[in-house]
Design a protein. Structure first.
Length: 219
């Protein structure tokens, strides 16, 4: 349910293992709420690698909000630099739980930055713009841009909503600017060439958004 990254872009480890391997310094605390996803990205690790049972991000069952709160109450916060909602699924597939937990974190640990990693398709999932729900509780939203056009995006993500998914994702990103201080769009290194990345940069520049090139993992 809750795992640590031992270093930027590093392996995911359970809490006790992470503290043993890297006892000093701060790291991100990652919360996995669901395996469910409304995309089936061609480059996703869900489709590309098997993880050892004892260290997998795959959930045998979805944790309740109370279970996550109990886990959070036992976290050694002196080691934490950021709390991130991500996982092997799309966090907004459990939107109510996500928002409740963001409020819980901000109420109990207001000094800890919060981040959401998302595909940005919640509007198509729920039929309304959800960005306002993140007001005052989310510091950063990282949205998977993936491509510079809707055809390439659908080819890569295989989003269940079809060709309209790309525009909806960009609309979500722009809507988040009103409520979330840091809005970042991402593309995956090696999945796209430099020309495509440059086009993605222009899309972000035109909308006043940041672009981050994510490291490609193939194992």
């Amino acid at each position: 349910m809750i795992v640590y990254a031992t270093h930027e872009g590093g392996r995911y480890l359970l809490l006790k293992d992470s503290l043993k391997e890297q006892p000093e310094g701060k790291r991100g605390l990652y919360i996995n709420l669901t395996n469910r996803c409304n995309c089936a990205c061609t480059f996703c690790l869900r489709n590309m690698k098997k993880m050892a049972e004892e260290s997998t991000l795959w959930l045998k069952e979805e944790p309740s909000v109370d279970e996550v709160k109990a886990e959070l109450d036992n976290v050694p916060w002196e080691y934490i630099k950021e709390i991130v909602f991500c996982g092997f699924g799309e966090p907004t597939m459990r939107l109510d739980a996500l928002v409740e937990l963001l409020h819980y974190v901000k109420e109990k640990y207001p000094e800890i930055p919060t981040r959401l990693n998302t595909n940005g398709l919640a509007k198509l999932e729920y039929g309304y713009e959800v960005a306002e729900k993140f007001k005052d509780v989310l510091d950063t939203v990282s949205i998977s841009l993936n491509a510079s056009n809707k055809e390439r995006y659908l080819e890569l993500t295989r989003a269940k909503y079809g060709i309209e998914s790309y525009d909806a994702m960009l609309e979500f990103a722009v809507a988040c600017k009103k409520y979330v201080p840091n809005v970042v769009l991402t593309v995956v290194e090696k999945v796209e060439n430099q020309e495509e990345i440059d086009l993605c940069q222009k899309i972000c520049d035109d909308r006043g958004l940041k672009l981050r090139v994510r490291t490609y993992e193939d194992s």
